[in-house]
Design a protein around this ligand. Structure first.
Ligand code: FAD
Length: 314
């Protein structure tokens, strides 16, 4: 596979890429999807908030998506890693181990990669996705009314704790050695019953991924049952978008997003970005929506390209 002409190549088969493939398959657009099957949320045990799939394991969602795509002959799904993306005036070439594929249109849906160990909190990777999470809309319900920690830098964690306090009245902000300089902010935390601990964390103690205690530099220990991270040091997994001179714009929660038009197309013609690759952290429903948008947009583009224009008689 595959010597046929691909009208679209999708790199990445998470919720965004698979949703795009579904819409394109139903439009009978020849689509190749390459996926290494390493979803960002694979560390978690249950995925929440996506209608009809609330509480399933992320791999279950992928398995259902793969099965449903089999119905569409226009879609070819390959468990292959794209290692290079090259752009020429006539289109794009994607390299995998020993193979090359080309197409006039490429959809980047490779998501983001979290780099939890860069946060410098020993024991954090043991609890990430098990009792400490990046997103309260994804996992806040399960942690509601528990003893929670917000672990992050002094310029982010206090603000994030305001959101987390919606789910629990017992929230402590841990800035791990950083001082919160804004005294209005510290006063606001105090007024709203949120404790602030600026001491360095020596270690998080957990059992089977469940957070139990936070051990501080002075040897004291604070009992906690779970928590949230305002920043996971996420990076664009493959760096393909960085090859192009694309504009970044402000997105949700201070994150940067790639600028795209209403079709999810970047300023590079034929190069589309969807899902977490585009926004940093969108969640499943928004990633699926991006995929659906790009699928119908590309179909419309191809319809326009094939439409014969009126012949001018002179
Ligand atoms: C711990 C945790 C818990 C979460 N819980 C929830 C939740 O409960 N609800 C919710 O809505 N969201 C949740 N999220 C967020 C959600 O996982 C993401 O927003 C969503 O998965 C983004 O979808 P995506 O398709 O853009 O990217 P991804 O799901 O990350 O998919 C990207 C795909 O691209 C593939 N890929 C990457 N590089 C290549 C390459 N070079 N070649 C081929 N394939 C490649 C990967 O293997 C992967 O399959 C959670 C995230 C984390 C980290």
């Amino acid at each position: 596979m595959t010597d046929r002409e691909n009208e679209v190549i999708i790199i990445g088969g998470g919720p965004a890429g698979m949703s795009a493939a579904l819409v394109l398959g139903r439009s009978r657009i020849k689509t190749l999807i390459l996926n290494t099957e390493e979803a960002r949320n694979a560390v978690t045990t249950h995925s929440h908030g996506f209608l009809t799939r609330d509480g399933v394991h992320p791999t279950e969602m992928l398995a259902i998506a793969k099965k449903q795509l089999q119905k569409y002959p226009a879609v070819t799904y390959l468990n292959e890693k794209a290692t290079a993306l090259d752009h020429a005036p006539q289109g794009f070439t994607i390299t995998t181990k020993g193979r090359q594929y080309s197409s006039k249109r490429v959809v980047l849906a490779t998501g983001q990669k979290d780099n939890i160990d860069q946060l410098g909190i020993p024991g954090l990777t043991d609890v990430y996705g098990k009792s400490v999470y990046p997103c309260p809309f994804c996992d806040g319900f399960e942690l509601a009314d528990k003893k929670l920690g917000v672990f992050g830098p002094a310029d982010l964690a206090p603000y994030f704790s305001k959101v987390i306090a919606h789910w629990s009245k017992d929230v402590i902000v841990f800035t791990n050695g950083e001082e919160v300089e804004d005294k209005d902010l510290t006063a606001g935390l105090k007024r709203n019953g949120i404790r602030l601990i600026e001491q360095r964390i020596t270690r998080l103690i957990s059992e089977e991924g469940k957070l139990k205690k936070v051990i501080l530099e002075d040897g004291s220990s604070i009992g906690r049952q779970g928590g949230f991270l305002p920043d996971t040091k996420a990076t664009e997994g493959v760096g393909f978008a960085q090859k192009f001179d694309l504009t970044m714009i402000d997105g949700h929660f201070g994150r940067l997003s790639y600028e795209v038009d209403e079709n999810m197309e970047t300023s590079v013609k034929g190069f589309f970005i969807i899902g977490d690759s585009r926004v940093g952290f969108g969640g499943i429903a928004k990633s699926v929506a991006d995929g659906s948008t790009v699928g119908s947009a590309i179909t419309h583009q191809l319809i326009e390209e094939r439409w014969l224009p009126e012949v001018q008689v002179v």
